[in-house]
Design a protein around this ligand. Structure first.
Ligand code: BG6
Ligand code: MG
Length: 211
């Protein structure tokens, strides 16, 4: 393997709590039941698909496409306000050290995230310069488990998929990596997923895999 493609949310930064707070605000206003368990189902899933999952609990009249777009926009505005509070301290020293070491060993590094806010987050935590490429929600039409976001990342890096390791916390992300012909390291939730090639407890374990 010659390159590593990292998911962002739940791997490099922990934005779950912000997604939750922003969706919760929208759900409360609409009188829709929403809790952390439902929030877990939104991991790796696009913004509009996340909204559809939340609307499974909606009991009012059918919503138009315009109204749905408005709700997603309302959530995103609240979410971005919360993202503005992020600082470099929101990334652990371990993550920074491992990224630097992987670069030193000659690996090409990319982000492969469903989020349209990926570049904004990277700027806030001052990680932009650590990556050779960013493939995110702004350059794809199909989100995970479709492999598009990772295939684009490989293309940006000028690598074959088989030369890439994907690092993911979501089942949908591991599925995406595998159907794209890549190896997958699973952290967090994905640690115990049967499709994960390399279960990792902590970021530093990557230094064992990528010797
Ligand atoms: C993923 C998150 O990284 O990005 C999902 O895991 C989120 O929970 C998705 O829905 C889309 O994010 P954004 O920032 O474009 O709304
Ligand atoms: Mg994730």
């Amino acid at each position: 393997m010659k390159a590593v493609i990292f998911d962002l949310d739940g791997v490099i930064v922990f934005t779950d709590k912000f997604h939750y707070a922003a969706w919760k605000q929208m759900a409360d206003e609409m009188g829709i039941y929403f809790d952390e368990q439902i929030n877990n189902r939104l991991r790796g899933v696009s913004r509009m698909e996340s909204l559809e999952i939340i609307l499974e609990r909606y009991e009012g009249e059918a919503l138009s496409a315009e109204r749905k777009a408005e709700l997603a926009e309302q959530k995103n505005t609240a979410y971005r306000e919360l993202l503005k509070t992020m600082t470099p301290a929101d990334v652990t020293d371990e993550v920074r050290t491992v990224l630097k070491e992987l670069r030193k060993r000659g690996y090409r590094l990319a982000i492969g995230s469903s989020s349209k806010n990926a570049k904004f987050i990277l700027e806030k935590v001052e990680l932009t310069d650590y990556f050779d490429a960013v493939s995110d929600g702004t350059n794809i039409t199909n989100s995970k488990p479709d492999p598009e976001v990772f295939l684009k990342a490989a293309e940006f890096l000028e690598m074959d998929p088989a030369e890439c390791l994907v690092v993911e916390d979501a089942y949908a992300g591991i599925d995406a990596a595998k159907s794209g012909g890549m190896k997958a390291a699973g952290i967090g939730d994905a640690f115990s997923y049967e499709k994960t090639d390399y279960p990792i407890q902590t970021f530093a374990d990557l230094l064992e895999i990528m010797r």
